[in-house]
Ligand binder design. Structure first.
Ligand SMILES: [Fe+2]
Length: 290
């Protein structure tokens, strides 16, 4: 019987956006993947920075890891991705779920992007389909299509570890919101049941943590802990109750601070918008639309 691999998972928590970048590997000198890397962005000045990504690079270099994949779980709305910066420094391929094309089409309209902007996912190196298998050296990965928070969300199962993206959160936080364009609470519920049907000891790694007062940020839990104690979707909560709770809650949530800059960069796989005639790249703010 094949034994399940248990990769080393190293989290890098970004205090500014409450998000986590992960490095996944099997030890010194081996291949690695980086999941959901953060590019620092200051909304006051419009300046990007690579402090967070450079910490990840330092770790990868110090461990002599070879970067195989930069994996995006979805087009994030709370941080810009450092995928292209990491790729330029360390190599590797940038992958995301194939349904990113739907998200690109939606936001191409919302931002009235340049006609040349392609909505075929070609800005990424690879578009994953559901259940697709991929390799990180000798580590085996498998894609799980987990829509609901966005229509393109995927999780990455690597050995006994699953990078869940924005589907489920830590048990005392609950689940991801479903009110972004293309989001759907009922679809998210089904995705979460799929995730929670994995073996109980499966390690789950969150995309974020917004801890309740008094708890330090934590990003790792298990299927068993979520099934027993997730405040939104523990065993016994049915789809109708979940959807009602989620929709009521989403109506009270404000848009994330960085949604406008994040989405514009992330649907381009981390490339900035094309520079204008003066050589400067600009982001747009659609008024009274979101
Ligand atoms: Fe998200």
């Amino acid at each position: 019987m094949a034994t399940t691999q248990t990769p080393i998972v190293v989290p890098f928590f970004d205090q500014a956006t409450w998000t986590v970048t992960y490095v996944v590997h099997q030890g010194q000198g081996k291949a690695c993947a980086i999941v959901d890397p953060v590019l620092d962005y200051d909304p006051k000045s419009g300046r990007t920075a690579t402090r967070s990504a450079d910490q990840v690079i330092e770790y990868v270099t110090s461990m002599d890891l070879k970067l195989a994949w930069i994996l995006e779980t979805h087009a994030h709305a709370d941080h810009l991705t450092a995928a292209q910066y990491l790729r330029s420094q360390l190599g590797g391929k940038v992958g995301i779920g194939e349904h990113i094309c739907t998200v690109q089409a939606v936001f191409k309209d919302i931002f009235n992007l340049e006609p040349q902007f392609q909505t075929d996912g070609s800005q990424f190196d690879h578009l994953f389909v559901d259940a697709e298998r991929f390799a990180i050296g000798a580590l085996e990965g498998e894609v799980m299509y987990l829509p609901g928070h966005t229509p393109a969300c995927v999780g990455y199962k690597i050995g006994d570890a699953v990078f869940v993206g924005d589907t489920i959160a830590m048990p005392d936080v609950g689940t991801a919101r479903c009110d972004f364009p293309g989001g759907n609470a009922s679809v998210l519920y089904q995705s979460i049941r799929k995730l929670l049907s994995l073996p109980p000891e499966t390690r789950l790694f969150m995309c974020h943590d917004y801890p309740p007062e008094g708890r330090e940020p934590n990003f790792e839990t298990t299927v068993a802990a979520e099934r027993a104690g997730n405040i939104h979707v523990h065993d016994g909560i049915d789809e109708a109750d979940y959807v009602q709770m989620r929709q009521t809650r989403d109506r009270k949530l404000e848009m994330p601070v960085l949604i406008l800059p994040s989405v514009q960069v992330n649907i381009r796989a981390g490339h900035l918008p094309p520079a204008e005639a003066n050589g400067v790249s600009y982001l747009k703010v659609p008024l009274n639309l979101l």
